[in-house]
Structure formats: structure tokens, C-alpha cells
Write a protein that binds this ligand. Structure first.
Ligand code: AMP
Length: 282
């Protein structure tokens, strides 16, 4: 198990140890790792000669300082969890000072309509921060493939757009959402839920499944009303947004069109903890 704390040390290792004909799979994370992250790591291990996992809580993608401060940091546990599935993963744990070469600044991107929806709308600047850190990480790791969870479906679309905008030579692989037996999507933020909130959190997936079941027969408006009603009845979660959106453009819809693919997305607050989830509808 090798852990690198600087870009220079990582690059030196990759250049000297990994031949140019070998494939490098990359899983960028913000740590507080769980089995959802491990499902990405396993995919990378299965399809790449070498796997790099980065653990870096990126300051430029947080639009809320308290969220950044309270983001769980569990490095020892993270390393042990990765080790439990493979001894051969290369772990990259840079400081902000190192990764940003002393200049922690957000670059601006034009991701088009995708960035104006949902997470982009409710977390201004978030996707510029994601684009900035991934530009730096891709440059450091130079991966053949990079693995991203559909848990952050909008982010996955943004990453594909980033790769197209910068003409990067990396294949982006989307990985399905890994859920607890209750249906709750694994998330680092789940650790911040109280026992009561965590117990009730199965509601999110139950609602998304009900949306999927009703998608063929009910109108978008009826489904929206149903979801808003469910959250009105519940005193643990406050709904920030619920959208049915085109799976490619992420623009929300009021009417279904034939031959288009849709997903439902939601963001809720449980106290100060913000959770997101989504589901494919057709
Ligand atoms: P994060 O550490 O939250 O930035 O997540 C790192 C990567 O893991 C992102 O590509 C996420 O979409 C992915 N991920 C997080 N939770 C899950 C999950 N429950 N299932 C699948 N992928 C996930």
C-alpha cells in the first residue's frame, strides 16, 4: 500500500513504476470512505493495471464554510478500508497548498445548461470548484479511466463535459448507486445524521421508487404534488428540490416526450445535513 502526500512524489512514482503501456484507473474522493466508494475502487481494480484513489476535501467546491469544516475526515479508517479490499491501490492525499501549487483559486468553466440546474442552482460555484480540482487531479494522475458514482449524477455529466471541453484523454465511467439495505444511498454525510434521522432516511429511496412506479401513468405535475405532500407530512426532512429532468441535459421537465430518458432528483436537509439522491425513471 503506497500513500503519497505530494503531487511530485505521486508523479515520480507513476513515471518510474508504471510503464506507458499500462492502464491507470482513478477514483477521486473526498474521503470518509464507505462501501459505495469501494464499489468504484473495485471497478477500477477489475479493469485497470493500476488504481489511484485520491482523498482530498476540496475547499473550492464548498459554497458553505460550515459544510466544509464539518465534512468528516477519517484518513486512518479510509486507508484501512482500501487496504481491506486491495494492498495494491495507490493512495494520493495531497494538501490544498500542494495540489493547487500555493494558489487555492477557482477556475471558471462554461458547462452550459447542465450547471444551471439543481446542484448548480442551489450551490453556486460548486461545479466550477469540481471542474477546478478535477483538472488538477487529472493532470497529476493522467488516468486512462476515471470512475464516478451516479449518486452524484449531475456531477458525472459535468465531468463528461469537462473532458470534452478540455479534450482530455480519459474515459469517464459512471457507476451505479450503492445503497444500504434500507435503500438509503451510502454517503459520507450519513455519518452526521442522528439515529432518528438515519432511521427515517429510507424515506428518500421509498419516495424515488414510488416516483418511478408512477412515472408511466401519472403526469409530472401529479408526481411533483405527491412528493411535496410526502415531505410535508414528514418532520425530519426538509425538501430543497425535487425535479424530474432529462437524463442528458438535466433540464427539468413539465411534460414527458417520447424517446427521451428521464431521472428524478432530490435534495433534502435533515437539520444541517444535506442529502441528495436520484433514480432512473425509464
Ligand atoms: P465523494 O467522496 O462524496 O466526493 O464521492 C467520491 C465518488 O464516490 C463520487 O464519484 C461519488 O459519486 C461516488 N459515490 C459516493 N457515494 C456513492 C454511492 N453510494 N454509490 C456509488 N458511488 C458513490
Amino acid at each position: 500500500m503506497q500513500v503519497f502526500e505530494t503531487t511530485k512524489a505521486l508523479q515520480h512514482h507513476l513515471l518510474t513504476e508504471i510503464g506507458s503501456n499500462k492502464t491507470v484507473g482513478f477514483v477521486p474522493t473526498m474521503g470518509a470512505l464507505h462501501v459505495g466508494h469501494m464499489s468504484l475502487v473495485k471497478k477500477s481494480l477489475d479493469s485497470s493495471d493500476f488504481t489511484v484513489v485520491s482523498i482530498f476535501v476540496n475547499p473550492t467546491q464548498f459554497n458553505n464554510n460550515s459544510d466544509l469544516e464539518k465534512y468528516p475526515r477519517t484518513l486512518e479508517h479510509d486507508i484501512a478500508l482500501i487496504k481491506s479490499i486491495s494492498e495494491h491501490v495507490i493512495i494520493f492525499v495531497p494538501t490544498a497548498e500542494d495540489l493547487y501549487a500555493g494558489n487555492v483559486k477557482t477556475q471558471k468553466f462554461d458547462f452550459g445548461v447542465i450547471e444551471q440546474q439543481m446542484e448548480g442552482k442551489y450551490r453556486p460555484g460548486h461545479f466550477d470548484g469540481v471542474g477546478t480540482v478535477l483538472t488538477l487531479l487529472f493532470d497529476a494522475v493522467k488516468p486512462t479511466k476515471a470512475f464516478f458514482g451516479e449518486k452524484d449524477y449531475q456531477q458525472l455529466q459535468i465531468v463528461k463535459k469537462l473532458v470534452a471541453l478540455k479534450a482530455l484523454d480519459v474515459e469517464i465511467i459512471g457507476c451505479e448507486i450503492y445503497r444500504e439495505t434500507s435503500g438509503l444511498a451510502y454517503s459520507s454525510r450519513n455519518e452526521r445524521l442522528t439515529a432518528k434521522q438515519r432511521n427515517e432516511a429510507k424515506l428518500l429511496y421509498e419516495i424515488l421508487k414510488a416516483v418511478k412506479t408512477n412515472f408511466g401513468t401519472k403526469s409530472v405535475k401529479e408526481i411533483q404534488e405527491m412528493v411535496i405532500n410526502e415531505f410535508d407530512k414528514n418532520d425530519v426532512f426538509e425538501l430543497e428540490y425535487f425535479e424530474i429532468a432529462n437524463a442528458e441535459t438535466l433540464m427539468s421537465i413539465t411534460e414527458k416526450e417520447p424517446n427521451e430518458t428521464y431521472r428524478a432528483f432530490l435534495a433534502v436537509f435533515a437539520g444541517e445535513v444535506r442529502l441528495i439522491d436520484n433514480i432512473a425513471l425509464n
